[in-house]
Structure formats: structure tokens, C-alpha cells
Design a protein around this ligand. Structure first.
Ligand code: AP5
Ligand code: MG
Length: 218
């Protein structure tokens, strides 16, 4: 896989953005930038940002655009972002997409090389999210049926404790899907006309989905 510029993984909650972003980022040697992971880390650390984001995230709504753009702007200033990053869960609104465009233009550096839109139907999404477990220490993603850890409740990679996200309760999952349709789905029209936009089927094994994504990155 090659190419320069940022990669955006777009798609509804639970389509596999985080799972795929980790693989793609590792293969390309680029940082994985998940605004969800960064916000959850702020909540866990009890920072000012975390305090503002906590209740909003638990409800399944979106955190304020300005806050998120601030976090991303700071992350892109880090040295390891100079060759591009793999965005996961950002941008999430048209305001964020426009903000990112302005930010990249102002920096005069890299643009957006690829927007990979992963598509999966909502029944499969609910199934995937309700069985998800995440490692508290390294962030590895599991599923109780589809990607079970070797030892229940423990991360294969680091031995950390696996937990269920607060927003993976059935009623919150439904709400997150509705928020996606209203706030994030309009981004498809925003990016569809641009070179580098591709739609990928999110069904099948993790490796099969990675193979489909690779085709567009080559
Ligand atoms: P965020 O953390 O971004 O959550 P999300 O978009 O809802 O996406 P998920 O992490 O739920 O799903 P995913 O696509 O990463 O799927 P995964 O790979 O884990 O955001 C959380 C919250 O933070 C938001 O609600 C909002 O409040 C806030 N936020 C974050 N970014 C923001 C922004 N930019 N603006 C405003 N607010 C923001 O996979 C899911 C499950 O499926 C796992 O169990 C996995 O093991 C399994 N799985 C994956 N692939 C496969 C496969 N091929 N076959 C079988 N199982 C699979
Ligand atoms: Mg994720």
C-alpha cells in the first residue's frame, strides 16, 4: 500500500472503522487518529475536554464540532502526522469536513488522498456493536462471537482487561445510528465527487474487508 496524504475511514458506528484503521495504519506506517479514542482517553483522564464530552458521548450524540476540530488540529501538528494519518470517526459532520479542508489548505501540506466509505446494514451493525469488547490498556477490539479473545475478559495482546463501551447498550446504538443518518451521512455527498472516494462492502471477515480497502489504496 502506498500513497501520500491523509486517509479517511467513513461509515456508520460499528461498520469496522476502528478494526480496519488499526491494520491499514500499521501497514502504511501512519498514525491511527480516532477522535472517539482520543475523546474516551480525555474522559478517562478527567481533563476539561473529557468533562465536557462525557455525558454527550454516553448519550450517543456528537461532541461539539469546535472542540473536535481543536483536538484534530493539535494532533496534526505532531511530527508523526507529517506523512499523513488514518482518520477513523472524523470528520463526522459537514462542518468538520469543511474545517478539515480549511486546516489542510492553511497548513499548505498534505491533502486528503482517500476517503474509504465502509457500508454495512444496520442489523449486522447492531449485532457487531452489542458483542464488542475493547481492551482498556491497548485499545484492541474484540467481539464475543466474531473475534473472541483466547481468555474471556483478557486482551490477547497485552493481557489488559476487556470492557464494554457505555455507548454499546442497545438503546444508545439505535440512537447513534440515527445521529449518523442525520449528521454524518450528508458527508457522502461532500466527498463522493472527489478523487480518492471509494465505497467498500463491510460484510465478510476482517481480512476480506482489508483486502477490499487495499485495492483502493494501491
Ligand atoms: P467512535 O468511537 O468514533 O464510535 P463510532 O463511530 O460510533 O464507531 P464505533 O467505534 O462504534 O465502530 P467502528 O466502526 O470503529 O467499529 P469497530 O471496528 O469497533 O465515537 C464514539 C463517540 O465519540 C460518538 O458517539 C461521539 O459522541 C464522539 N465522537 C467521536 N468522534 C467524533 C467527532 N468527529 N465529532 C463529534 N463527536 C465525536 O467494530 C465493531 C465490532 O465489530 C467489534 O466488536 C469488532 O470486533 C467487530 N468487527 C469488525 N469487523 C468485523 C468483521 N469483518 N466481521 C465480524 N466482526 C467484525
Ligand atoms: Mg471505532
Amino acid at each position: 500500500m502506498a500513497g501520500t496524504g491523509h486517509i479517511i475511514l467513513l461509515g456508520a458506528p460499528g461498520v469496522g472503522k476502528g478494526t480496519q484503521a488499526k491494520v491499514i495504519a500499521a501497514e502504511l506506517g501512519l498514525p491511527h487518529v480516532s477522535t472517539g479514542d482520543m475523546l474516551r482517553a480525555s474522559v478517562a483522564a478527567g481533563t476539561e475536554l473529557g468533562k465536557r464530552a462525557k455525558a454527550v458521548m454516553e448519550s450517543g450524540a456528537l461532541v461539539n464540532d469546535e472542540l473536535v476540530l481543536g483536538v484534530v488540529a493539535e494532533r496534526l501538528r505532531a511530527e508523526d502526522a507529517a506523512r499523513g494519518v488514518v482518520f477513523d470517526g472524523f470528520p463526522r459532520t459537514v462542518v468538520q469536513a469543511e474545517g478539515l479542508k480549511a486546516l489542510l489548505e492553511a497548513s499548505g501540506g498534505l491533502g486528503i488522498a482517500h476517503v474509504i466509505h465502509i457500508i454495512l446494514d444496520s442489523e449486522e451493525i447492531v449485532e457487531r456493536l452489542s458483542g464488542r469488547r475493547v481492551c482498556r490498556d491497548c485499545g484492541a477490539i474484540y467481539h464475543v462471537r466474531f473475534q473472541p479473545p483466547k481468555h474471556e475478559g483478557r486482551c490477547d495482546r497485552c493481557g489488559g482487561e476487556l470492557f464494554q463501551r457505555d455507548d454499546d447498550r442497545p438503546e444508545v446504538i439505535r440512537y447513534r445510528l440515527a445521529v449518523y443518518e442525520k449528521e454524518t451521512a450528508p458527508l457522502v455527498a461532500f466527498y463522493r465527487q472527489q478523487p480518492g472516494y471509494a465505497e467498500v462492502d463491510g460484510n465478510g471477515s476482517t481480512a476480506a474487508v482489508t483486502d477490499r480497502i487495499r485495492c483502493f489504496l494501491e
